[in-house]
Write a protein that binds this ligand. Structure first.
Ligand code: FES
Ligand SMILES: [Fe+2]
Length: 340
């Protein structure tokens, strides 16, 4: 039933997380609902990736594993008549006849950053209008990625708005001394927001104060990358906050976190003093992601129940929600609002 209320169009254009390469390689073929689309994803033995609509252009079979779709020698084989598709989506073989040149899956452009696989979702099927950033430098001084995922009713514009909504950092998450550092910087699809804050935490029963600087790099509404520096320990964390619309109502938020190896913390960390650097870093990364998870769960209580206010009545301490909203407009070339 239509309520006549304006809501944000649920699938803004951009790059959205699909899965990790590790998951694709271990499961061989995955299927999911992503941006309101039924998709499959796989990779071949050379590591080429494919994300495509899960419909066979021959006679319309579903291609997912439950329907019997499988990957053989890097090709996706349809369960209905055995047409075979390479990772570009082209049909390259059928069991009894030459492959029709026009048999081609509807494939989505992909990008990979440190083993995280993204695909482009364009309005009206148009191709990428901008790119994701280069992968940050990785190496032995960074821990492996830890991850956590939640599904809830929400919208990627509303969740990304958190990075400029300084008021909620104090009120919902209880951060102290929240201060914006510099202005919001916006360049096309890229937005950067920097702020400092203080957080009091209890680790192993001991209260510690953390002074944090965060730099959030937003590349569209599906990809936020946050560099977090904690000053008193001298600890660097990287956090990816990836919001992916599922079906027009639910979104999936996936966090990935990694921590720069803590060789010589500036001050001892409660309960971790005598641990080797490697173990200390891994443990600290787990603590960091569990804190992020707690923050997200606090936000979900609000996100899952809020309405979109196209004309919010802002106050002076809100941060830069207005410029953020204008930045977001580019992701809706056909208009941001629709009627429920
Ligand atoms: S429907 Fe896929 S091969 Fe016929
Ligand atoms: Fe938040």
């Amino acid at each position: 039933m239509r309520s006549g209320r304006a809501r944000l169009s649920p699938f803004p254009e951009g790059w959205y997380f699909v899965a990790t390469r590790e998951t694709l390689e271990s499961k061989k073929l995955i299927q999911r609902t992503w941006m309101g689309e039924n998709i499959v994803a796989w990779s071949d033995s050379e590591g080429r990736l494919s994300v495509a609509e899960s419909v066979c252009p021959h006679l319309g079979s579903d291609l997912g594993p439950e329907a019997g779709g499988r990957v053989v020698d890097g090709r996706l084989v349809c369960p209905f008549h055995g047409f075979e598709y390479d990772t570009t989506g082209q049909c390259v073989a059928t069991p009894n006849a030459p492959p029709p040149a026009t048999a081609r899956l509807r494939a989505f452009e992909t990008r990979e950053i440190l083993g995280l696989v993204f695909a482009w979702w364009g309005i009206g099927g148009r191709g990428p209008q901008w790119d994701l950033p280069e992968a940050p430098q990785a190496g032995a001084d960074w821990t492996a990625l830890d991850t956590w995922t939640a599904r809830f009713p929400g919208h990627p514009q509303e969740t990304t708005e958190n990075s400029v909504d300084l008021g909620h950092l104090r009120y919902v998450h209880g951060y102290d001394a929240v201060n914006r550092v510099g202005g919001l910087s916006i360049d096309g699809a890229y937005l950067r927001s920097c702020f400092d804050f203080r957080r009091t935490r209890t680790i192993a029963g001991i209260r510690s104060v953390f002074d944090v600087s965060a730099v959030t790099h937003v590349h569209g509404l599906g990809y936020s990358y946050v560099e977090v520096h904690e000053h008193s320990i001298d600890m660097d964390t990287r956090l990816w906050v990836l919001a992916t619309p599922i079906d027009g109502r639910l979104i999936e938020m996936t966090l990935f976190s990694q921590l720069r190896r803590l060789e010589r913390p500036k001050r001892p960390i409660a309960g971790m003093r005598f641990l080797p650097a490697r173990l200390r870093s891994r443990l600290m990364n787990k603590i960091m992601i569990s804190r992020q998870k707690r923050d997200v769960l606090q936000d979900v209580v609000i996100w899952g129940r809020k309405s979109y206010r196209p004309r919010p009545r802002l106050c002076a301490s809100d941060g830069e929600i207005g410029p953020y909203r204008r930045y977001c407009e580019q992701f809706y070339p056909e208009g941001a609002l629709e009627t429920e």
